[in-house]
Design a protein. Structure first.
Lengths: 350, 404
């Protein structure tokens, strides 16, 4: 019996160790250019969930980081939180980076809010930044994106492209962050066609982390909208968004999908759906990440709330698919109105 | 016996369709019994059903299988890994093999070493989660179209059948909105619309399990290992071998369930089981450790999920509320007859509250539908617990030759 217990504990410990390997899978990459003269700036980057390769949010952050690496010659270190990481685990990651002399330390995603609020005061000499959340500390830059403004533009495009006067929205987790996408999209669409019908469906309630990883459910929801008459669908649903692309492709010509965060038309993993991706709402996380690093390199760190909106080109829409050219004039006109303050886009769904 | 059983089956099917039909007539919502709804419900139900069936195999042999989720995760990963390189069928095979490995690990810990089965199963879940995440980073990061958290798209497809000669006339009949007839037509048409070969295999596995476990000497011996292994051993049944066979086969079924999921979404993605292994376990308990009830539980989960997702005007959830109240009334009335007065009154009151809610609210939050299957399972557990009968030696470590 004792033997059994021993084996059980060995198994349990081994599995925990393996689980830890998987979740905080650090990928160290230091590529300091040899010709760097001044003391090199070391950038610590903490991705959310499973990190690079999501074809969306984290990849956009990486694009900004690698641009900084080439242009500014900074040294980089990347870590992942892993899906379902606790606040304590996230605190450890951030502390690890700050302790290691990385400055700035950039946390990608609202899930780091609590952890960063605890860690930032302990390292007053380090500049931190967080994407999609506000952390109130003198050495933290809170990078906020006006997703509702970018979504307004995709709403304008969707309503212009729709032949049936019926469009759809697929959301990931039902939280204010994602509802702002829906609100902007609805408002933009109604500015073109006041009577447009807009279906909306979320993949899970707040707190249900599976909402980002259920493409088969997003596919069914999109199927339902298409059966109901919708012909343009916009998804802000992380990995679940794939299901929308599949459903729209199955519906065939005349139906359009609108992507989110990155320019999904150019994402290799989505290549087989690109002919159906009309445009994508761009959240220029790459611009924000680059700006934060450049500011530290120049000795004037960006702290406090940094709003990346249309006027700063922090959000926008992609024109990679030539089919969007037809609607570009309407979208650009709307963008100009928002940038000048003539149109103010709300963040709450009516 | 068989005659009685088939009569009971026809009677319950008849009752279910009547209830659906009443709900559909009152709400005027054709989605409730439409061809597309039923077809999609089967797609969502299948992975859950396979997990539940896997649970039946392990627990009938006396091994509690909390590790279903882990075995399913291994299956999703195996299907993604083999599927993008060698096609969908290779993915199915790899999913089954990976699941079997998970089953074997559980058998070694739980059967050979007599480890507490809950702990062993939980360890397997953690092990599967960590290993697949680690391997995903290792194998998919540089693969074309893959990433740290997801495999490249699975190549090829599993055949999907639609029998137009049945579907077209029956769907037309469904749209005529005739009481009972149209609903039956929609349900039947759903069975012949976009029917995946994997769903058919799932159905066959259920039939095979009913036969193998309850009609053959092999099944009797396997179940005796779960009811009273000491007595079985005294009669010459090789209990340990039966337990191993059952748990490894359980892993294969759960792995197939995982492969089904990956193939349905065309990729492996970290976390795409979304807890379906645990839901499978719940359907097994809901179904009283029997294939028929387990399948019914899985279809309930799949049906409600489908209605919630294809719903565009929040009307389906409303329909479900009404359907729920009709079911509660029916159970309450039946219980009144069998003199379980207090429970019966409870059911009738709950049904009345739901009818009240139905007529006073214009729409319900979709979360109501999301929790409905869990509430139903809890209700079943709370009210039918006297009638539920798990295998007598379920979860009890067995040592050959030990006195009991």
């Amino acid at each position: 019996m004792l033997k059994g217990v021993k084996l059980a504990s060995v198994l349990a410990v081994a599995s925990l160790a393996l689980a830890a390997c998987g979740s905080s899978g650090e990928t160290a990459e230091s590529a300091a250019p040899t010709e760097a003269a001044a003391p090199t700036v070391k950038v610590g980057m903490a991705y959310d969930q499973d990190g690079k390769g999501d074809g969306s949010f984290n990849d956009a952050a990486f694009a900004g980081l690698s641009k900084a690496q080439t242009d500014l010659g900074v040294e980089i270190k990347e870590v992942n939180s892993g899906a379902g990481a606790t606040d304590a685990a996230r605190e450890e990651l951030l502390t690890l980076l700050a302790d290691g002399g990385y400055n700035p330390v950039i946390a990608i995603g609202f899930a780091y809010s609590t952890a960063l609020a605890a860690v930032a005061p302990k390292f007053p000499g380090t500049t931190f930044a967080i994407v999609d959340s506000v952390v109130d500390s003198p050495n933290v830059g809170s990078l906020i994106f006006a997703a509702e403004q970018g979504s307004y533009l995709t709403g304008v495009i969707a309503a212009s492209a729709s032949k049936s006067g019926h469009i759809g929205f697929i959301g990931g987790m039902e939280i204010d962050l994602i509802k702002a996408f829906e609100a902007g999209y609805n408002e933009g669409a109604r500015s073109v066609n006041a009577d447009i019908i807009i279906d909306s469906k979320y993949m899970g309630p707040a707190g249900d982390n599976t909402a980002w990883n259920v493409p088969e459910k997003a596919k069914t929801a999109t199927d339902g909208m298409i059966a109901n008459g919708a012909d343009v669908i916009y998804a802000a649903a992380g990995g679940s968004g794939l299901g929308m692309f599949q459903s729209v492709k199955a519906a065939g010509a005349g139906y359009w999908a609108i992507g989110v965060d990155s320019d999904q038309y150019t994402v290799p993993a989505l290549a087989e759906y690109k002919d159906f991706i009309l445009t994508s709402m761009l959240k220029r996380v790459d611009v924000a990440v680059y700006d934060v690093i450049a500011a530290v390199v120049n000795g004037a760190p960006l702290v406090g709330i940094q709003a990346f909106d249309l006027s700063k080109e922090g959000v926008g829409y992609s024109a990679s698919n030539s089919a969007v050219a037809e609607y570009a004039a309407a979208a650009d006109a709307a963008a100009a109105k928002i940038a000048s303050g003539e149109v103010v886009v709300g963040t709450k769904v009516e | 016996m068989t005659y009685l059983k088939s009569r009971r089956f026809i009677a319950s099917a008849f009752t279910a369709i009547t209830m659906l039909s009443i709900t559909r007539t009152i709400t005027g919502n054709g989605d409730l019994t439409s061809t597309v709804t039923i077809a999609q419900a089967l797609v969502f139900a299948s992975p859950i059903a396979l997990a539940g069936l896997a649970g039946i195999w392990a627990e009938r042999a006396g091994v509690i299988n909390i590790g279903l989720e882990g075995m399913m995760i291994l299956g999703t990963f195996g299907a993604g890994w083999a599927g993008w390189q060698w096609g969908a069928w290779a993915g199915v095979l790899a999913g089954i093999i990976f699941g079997a490995i998970g089953g074997f690990l559980l058998a070694v810990a739980a059967v050979t070493f007599g480890v507490d089965q809950i702990i062993a199963g939980t360890a397997l879940n953690l092990l599967a989660l960590g290993t697949t995440k680690f391997l995903a980073i290792l194998l998919f990061t540089n693969a074309p179209g893959g990433g740290q958290a997801q495999s490249p798209p699975i190549k090829g497809e599993i055949p999907v059948f639609t029998l137009d000669s049945i579907v077209v006339p029956l769907t037309a009949l469904h749209e005529k909105e005739i009481f009972f007839v149209s609903d039956l037509a929609g349900l039947v048409a759903g069975l012949f619309y976009n029917m995946s070969l994997l769903t058919i295999i799932t159905l066959l596995l259920f039939i095979m399990t009913s036969y193998l476990l309850w009609k053959t000497a092999f099944g009797l011996r396997l179940r005796s290992a779960g009811e009273n292994p000491w007595a079985a051993d005294s009669l010459g049944v090789k209990v340990v071998q039966y337990k191993y066979a059952a748990v490894v086969f359980s892993g294969m079924l759960a792995g197939l369930g995982g492969a089904y999921l990956s193939i349905a979404s065309t990729i492996y993605r970290n976390g795409n089981t979304a807890g379906r292994g645990y839901i499978g376990l719940a359907t097994m308990i809901f179904g009283d450790w029997r294939p028929g009830g387990t399948a019914a539980g899985a279809v309930m989960f799949g049906y409600i999920d489908t209605l919630r997702l294809i719903d565009t005007g929040n009307q389906n959830v409303k329909g479900l509320i009404l359907l729920g109240s009709i079911i509660l009334f029916a159970i309450g009335a039946w219980m009144l007859r069998s003199s379980r007065r207090n429970t019966a009154i409870g059911f009738l009151l709950l049904g009345a509250v739901m009818v009240g809610a139905y007529f006073s609210a214009t729409s319900f939050p979709p979360e109501v539908a999301q929790v409905a299957p869990y509430i139903t399972t809890l209700l079943v557990l709370a009210t039918a617990s006297q009638n539920l009968r798990p295998p007598a030696a379920d979860g009890v470590p067995y040592r050959k030759g030990e006195d009991h």
